[in-house]
Write a protein that binds this ligand. Structure first.
Ligand SMILES: [Zn+2]
Length: 331
């Protein structure tokens, strides 16, 4: 369970995987976009995952309906702003929201730069209104290939001071990290931190590539690390942490039984882990659900969960001054 005496963060949270059902409905009306769904309940059923999907690609398919109504810059701004409000409501003191401009822009061919600017403006406004620290992570959607990722990267780099890190997401098996070395070199040269989705839909080799070829210091999901003792040692000794997302890992099939989730193994092997939601809207969860699962289903102890809460501050991509400010709230 969450201990209110410790800071609560969510470092792996896709804002384009957390679009409110009511917002999808209203934006569809506003832009006269026909939806197959006849009412809100049908929209809930089409957007949220109730139990699990067959694999990662089927999971990602669930995010399509949300971005299908992003027909203007204002729509992107709204989604970003509401994400900050949702994060505040969930009790987070700090969150890193990630987004793929290409994924958000594609249904209505919005200029990528407009999407980036709108998301940044929406997050800044939300952060001011709701009093929560937010940083943004840009995503390259690997499923669209290297060229598309270069365009996506350049749109993100235009706003490099408003973004703290770069991530690679999408079809991990079909588009291995090795194809994106050049992109991530440019990102590191720009001073960004690196986190990469790896070991979610592919094996330990994918995590090796994320670390050694792309320069990741955090790994999204990393489930496959459990099969590679040397890799776990390396991660523990080199401060490479894992962003664990229990529900998402079950729903994508990365982990067939939450009780057997490797988060416990990671901790036992000295790897720093955090608990995160991934796509709260699609998964129909919030951060509290993940702490509850970690306690009641995985069997982590209260002190392990408190340590995880502290890890969220330790491995966050935040400036030392924000870190000090947040830690001041928890004497
Ligand atoms: Zn993710």
């Amino acid at each position: 369970m969450i201990n209110p005496d410790y800071p609560l963060t969510d470092l792996h949270r896709h804002l384009d995987g957390n679009i409110r059902i009511s917002t999808i409905w209203q934006l569809a009306e506003e832009f006269s976009i026909p939806l197959e769904q006849k009412n809100l309940q049908e929209l809930v059923d089409a957007t949220q995952i109730k139990v699990k999907t067959t694999d990662l690609l089927a999971f990602l398919q669930k995010m399509e309906l949300g971005v299908s109504v992003l027909a203007s810059e204002q729509a992107c701004y709204r989604v970003a702003y509401e994400n900050v409000e949702d994060a505040k409501r969930a009790g987070l003191v700090y969150t890193e929201l990630r987004f793929s401009p290409v994924f958000m822009a594609k249904a209505h061919n919005l200029p990528l730069e407009q999407v980036v600017d709108a998301v940044i403006a929406g997050c800044k406004a939300g952060s001011r209104t709701f009093g929560i620290e937010v940083n943004l992570i840009g995503i390259l959607s690997r499923s669209f290939g290297e060229q598309s990722c270069f365009q996506e990267l350049h749109a993100l780099l235009r706003a490099k001071n408003d973004i703290v890190a770069l991530d690679l997401a999408g079809d991990e098996k079909g588009f291995p990290a090795i194809r994106f070395e050049e992109h991530f070199k440019l990102a590191r040269d720009a001073g960004w931190s690196i986190t990469v989705h790896a070991g979610e839909a592919d094996g330990p080799e994918s995590i090796h590539q994320a670390i050694h070829l792309l320069g990741a210091t955090r790994i999204g999901h990393g489930v496959a690390a459990r099969d590679d003792l040397q890799l776990m040692d390396f991660m523990a000794n080199n401060d490479i942490s894992i962003e664990c997302c229990l529900t998402s890992n079950f729903q994508t099939g990365a982990c067939t039984d939450i009780a057997q989730h490797p988060i416990k193994t990671f901790i036992e092997n000295g790897i720093v882990v955090t608990l995160n939601t991934d796509d709260p809207g699609v998964s129909a969860i919030e951060i509290a659900d993940e702490y509850k699962l970690a306690r009641e289903v995985v069997g982590l102890s209260s002190s392990q969960l408190e340590q995880i809460q502290m890890n969220g501050i330790d491995v966050a991509f935040m400036t030392p001054s924000i870190k000090a400010k947040l830690l001041d709230l928890y004497p």
